[in-house]
Write a protein that binds this ligand. Structure first.
Ligand code: SF4
Length: 494
């Protein structure tokens, strides 16, 4: 026996779009969210005249749903509106072509930044955000081949080659056409002209920014070392993730390979989005600098950031005596070594834009039985930055039970976020090019991450997003957090 199978059957009642996806399907969360976000900025760019355009909410829904399920190409998203029930539901059976989707994405990049902030504000109102954040960065490959990263010499040679080849093509065409003009310029010449323009623009950027290499395909991307040791044109994606529900509360994209200068901008970013500063900040050793620690102290933020040598010294993995074994005497401005000799201050090293570095040189090493374990040099030298107390205080804090516990939270707050983006959503390479566009593409990835967290929260509560929003705004008996940004949303839901 088989169930009845008839592809020509007629439906008694018209199809209901709501039946295309299950009650708890994540596309419903996307639908409810993008029915409520404020899109005045996008709507204001449309003209009242001419042929009616696809509704921006429709395009936002299918774009963000695509990003959520690892479909970022506008061609594929367009195709899915014809074959996939969730896309059909979100697009209400309309079928925008890929030109429309692509144009919409590039026209409204800046509004997408605003949508990220609105969704973070919504998470805040839903009580999904606390005040302890972890900051981290990951390198994501640009949409460009490493082979297209070239030095100044290589670029000059390629410009010469293209010019030479173009002249040869011209001469060949002269032979064929004589004084008459061909119907249109050959594709070969058009390609060469296009390539030449790109190379010249890349060379200009290289000269302006005094770069050693530049990528012709995406001149904004920089060669960066990835965890597997490979070197690729990439961007450094930064996030600040709240501990409570792993919501990304701030995100940015920079073309600087190391994370050293990202603490202050990220804290400012968090303040701008949340309206308050975090009370606790966790970050790995890549973010440690005296300036960063001092900034966080001035901001009265409780920071947990180890320095680069903290782990190595803690595990005693250094070959020679660790600096930790030398005790500093502030009164006498000297160190005491493990053999109990006094190491006096000897000289100063001047540094650009940094305080002088102080040198302390031991005079007793030649007499010492511990010398082999201490130094290969004639005399052991210890250096001291006047701000070193910041590192010592930080190490002391990290060594406490509470400090260790706090710092470990970083591992399950921020690290899984990049895992989910890269493993679950396939975000290993940008689709768009240039810093401005990749920044927005990264914000879209962060937005869908937060949407997934909202969907998980709703699922745990066994309610639809609409029901939760009604509860928050006072529509239900278990109000979570009344007022705020949701007042407007509540009106739209009613
Ligand atoms: S080698 Fe010099 S600095 Fe090291 S323990 Fe001996 S005396 Fe002290």
């Amino acid at each position: 026996m088989f169930k009845k199978y008839d592809q020509k059957q007629q439906f008694l009642l018209p199809l209901n779009l709501e039946s295309f996806v299950s009650e708890d399907h994540i596309s419903r969360v996307i639908n409810d969210l993008f029915d409520t976000v404020d899109i005045n900025a996008i709507e204001s760019t449309y003209s009242e005249e001419g042929c009616p355009a696809y509704h921006p909410r429709l395009l936002l829904k299918i774009l963000f749903y695509g990003y959520l399920i690892n479909i970022r190409s506008s061609r594929k998203i367009g195709g899915m509106t014809e074959t996939d029930t969730a896309f059909m539901y979100l697009a209400a059976m309309q079928k925008p072509d890929f030109h429309t989707i692509c144009r919409f994405r590039s026209t409204h990049l800046d509004s997408i930044r605003e949508i990220f902030s609105q969704i973070v504000a919504l998470c805040k109102e839903m009580g999904l955000i606390g005040s302890s954040i972890s900051i981290d960065g990951t390198k994501v490959k640009a949409n460009a081949s490493p082979k297209q990263s070239k030095s100044s010499d290589a670029i000059e040679k390629e410009i010469d080659k293209i010019l030479r080849e173009s002249i040869e093509t011209d001469e060949r065409e002269d032979e064929i056409y004589g004084d008459s003009t061909p119907y249109r310029i050959s594709e070969e010449l058009v390609d060469k002209k296009h390539r030449l323009e790109k190379i010249k623009a890349a060379k200009k950027k290289m000269d302006e920014e005094k770069l050693k290499k530049v990528n012709i395909t995406d001149p904004d991307a920089k060669i960066m070392k990835h965890k597997d040791g490979s070197l690729k044109p990439s961007y450094n994606c930064q996030v600040a993730v709240d501990e409570k529900e792993q919501i990304i509360v701030a995100a940015d994209l920079v073309d600087e390979e190391n994370d050293l200068h990202q603490i202050e901008p990220m804290i400012e970013n968090v303040k701008e989005t949340l309206g308050y500063k975090p009370t606790i900040v966790l970050a790995d050793a890549g973010y440690f600098s005296y300036d960063n620690v001092q900034f966080l102290l001035d901001e009265e933020i409780d920071a947990y950031i180890p320095d680069n040598f903290y782990e190595v010294e803690k595990r005693g993995k250094t070959k020679k005596f660790r600096k930790l074994l030398f005790t500093y005497d502030e009164m006498k401005d000297c160190y005491y070594c493990p053999a109990a000799f006094e190491i006096p201050f000897t000289r100063i090293q001047k540094r650009e834009n940094e305080p002088d570095l102080r040198y302390y040189v031991c005079k007793y090493c030649s007499l010492c039985v511990l010398k082999n374990a201490c130094t290969d040099s004639k005399n052991r030298t210890i250096t001291r930055d006047p701000r070193e107390y910041l590192m010592e205080d930080m190490r002391a804090k990290l060594n406490t039970e509470e400090g260790t516990e706090q710092y470990q939270k970083r591992m399950y707050t921020v690290e899984p976020v990049f895992g989910q983006m890269k493993q679950d959503r396939g975000f290993r390479e940008f689709l768009l090019r240039g810093k401005r566009k990749t920044k927005i593409e990264f914000l879209m990835m962060c937005t869908v991450h937060n949407i997934k967290k909202i969907a998980d929260f709703a699922k745990r509560r066994g309610k639809s997003l609409k029901e939760i929003l009604n509860m928050i705004t006072g529509g239900g008996s278990q109000g979570l957090n009344k007022g705020g940004v949701l007042a407007g949303i509540a009106n739209m839901l009613c």
